[in-house]
Design a protein around this ligand. Structure first.
Ligand code: MLT
Length: 317
């Protein structure tokens, strides 16, 4: 019987090292088959997942020997933490390890939208030399609005500041004297104010019932017609039909999505919009971030299997 089951594509030296100390079963496509997952999880003491394996109460009920889940990443929307806690399963995650990479992608998407980089590249690769066709916008002096001012939002804002941008932040859990906001010289504002005043709106929210579909027709309607919207957090926070309308009607100038309401998505109208950039949920996928994520999660899983407390537990059992 294996000790550890890995149900998504999580590889690297730390996984190899773990496999030299424990028996590891690596099934990177298992997340696609919830019934098979329930059967296999019944026999293991540890499970390592990313964001695609759905860990529902049913899974924890079936997982009689499970003591620890390592969530290689930051969001917990795929894990029923309450059910895990009742089942006395430790959930450990890697909250800070991929934050820089996600923030860097948000800035990359901001510049790509502002300077029309993907479209200019595609056009030039077709043999054209259209110097008048890709007039962009400078970021200097513009306003960068973060919706969700956690670690990633903060790091994205810090980078936007290097371009000479002013920072607005919306986060219902922060107080105006928060030290990180003070450090950024950011103004904590309500969401309507941010939507009305930001030139770039970068979303860094978790997927929760309160944030589901928060970016809808009404909120796109409150943004400037010149604004761009970037989402590197969770797809569920965007009403995609409303975004399609907002982009088609030029209610906003452009958008970039790294995450989708359903992943992988089915091709639809979004894919054909010229003022939209799409990437396949790769914000955390850099060599550096994935090395940190994998090292951290493997270390914590090993600690729990060896009877030690997890260093990054998100629940108390
Ligand atoms: C995360 O939640 O950390 C990211 O979305 C990436 C991932 O899950 O692999």
């Amino acid at each position: 019987m294996p000790d550890i089951l890995i149900s998504e594509n999580i590889r690297g030296a730390a996984v190899d090292a773990l496999a030299s100390r424990f028996e590891v079963q690596f099934l990177p496509d298992l997340w696609k088959d919830p019934e098979e997952l329930k059967q296999l999880v019944a026999n293991v003491r540890a499970l390592i997942v990313r964001n695609q394996t759905q860990l529902t109460a049913d899974v924890f009920a079936a997982a009689k020997k499970l003591v620890v889940v390592g969530r290689a990443g930051v969001g917990l929307d795929n894990v029923d933490v309450v059910a895990a806690t009742k089942a006395r399963v430790v959930i450990t995650s890697t909250p800070d390890q991929n934050a820089i990479s996600v923030a860097e992608l948000a800035i990359g998407l901001m510049l790509s939208l502002a300077r029309l980089i993907p479209a200019a590249s595609a056009d030039t690769r077709q043999g054209n030399w259209n110097r008048q066709g890709f007039f962009g916008t400078e970021m200097y002096g513009k306003t960068f609005g973060i919706v969700g001012a956690g670690k990633i939002g903060f790091l994205a804002a810090r980078r936007a500041q290097a371009f000479g941008m002013k920072i607005l932040a919306y986060d219902p859990y922060l107080s105006p004297d928060n030290i990180l906001l003070a450090d950024l010289n950011a103004q904590l504002v309500d969401l309507d104010f941010l939507l009305a005043h930001a030139d770039v709106i970068s979303c860094h929210l978790p997927a929760t019932p309160a944030t589901n579909g928060i970016f809808n027709a009404e909120r796109f309607g409150k943004m400037k017609p010149t604004a761009t919207f970037i989402n590197t957090s969770r797809g569920e926070v965007v009403n995609e039909s409303d975004l399609i309308q907002a982009l088609k009607s030029r209610t906003i100038a452009g958008a970039a999505l790294d995450v989708r309401a359903k992943e992988p998505p089915q091709a639809g109208e979004l894919e054909s919009l010229p003022n939209l950039i799409l990437t396949p949920h790769v914000a955390a996928f850099t060599k550096e971030a994935q090395t940190r994520v994998t090292n951290t999660i493997c270390e914590d899983v090993a600690r729990v299997l060896n009877g030690q407390p997890a260093q990054n537990a998100v629940n108390r059992i």
